[in-house]
Design a protein around this ligand. Structure first.
Ligand code: HEC
Length: 143
């Protein structure tokens, strides 16, 4: 191999190894290691989403008998980027969410509007910290 060939080969390596990492970041953090394990917070969020999606119909019909679950672990579950959830902004928005569910449990009237207010709280934290899932979360709104 002459020097030119080595140079071309080095550039080629640079292009396939280094450049892809400079590509635009996804809207929400993806772990940089392969065989990624989902973070505690990701698993919790999936559970939250499925739970609220599940009870949405009961809210519409007014047929819910038990208190709505408050996922207080939102304050301490470890995120893909752990610093994210220790920030005062995150913690404040997490409190807004838990407060919204408490209000939801207190009302004796139709829970529809307060349910939508809770979804607003999901959306506003996501707007700030993790916009990716907003398309999905939006589907929780009761029309
Ligand atoms: C205080 C901020 C905050 C609130 C409130 C919040 N989320 Fe999240 N959510 C996050 C963060 C941060 C992540 C990314 C988790 C990670 O990367 O570890 C996330 C991830 C998600 C995901 C993606 C999970 C996956 O499969 O990757 C969904 C879905 C989700 N949240 C739904 C909801 C719903 C529904 C609500 C309201 C009931 C909600 N979130 C409230 C911050 C929040």
């Amino acid at each position: 191999m002459n020097t030119n060939t080595i140079l071309v080969f080095a550039l080629f390596l640079f292009a396939i190894v280094v450049l892809p990492n400079c590509a635009e970041k996804p809207s929400c953090d993806k772990p940089t290691y392969t065989m990624a394990v989902d973070s505690e917070l990701t698993l919790l969020m999936r559970e939250m989403f499925l739970y609220y999606e599940d009870i949405k119909e009961n809210i519409v019909e007014g047929s819910l008998t038990e208190d709505i679950k408050i996922f207080t672990d939102i304050h301490k579950a470890v995120a893909t980027t752990p610093e994210k959830t220790t920030s005062p902004l995150y913690q404040a928005m997490a409190t807004n969410y838990t407060q919204a569910v408490k209000d939801l449990n207190k009302t004796k009237d139709s829970k529809k509007d307060l349910f939508n207010l809770m979804v607003d709280n999901c959306m506003s934290c996501h707007q700030q910290m993790c916009p990716g899932p907003m398309v999905r979360i939006k589907k929780l709104y009761i029309k």
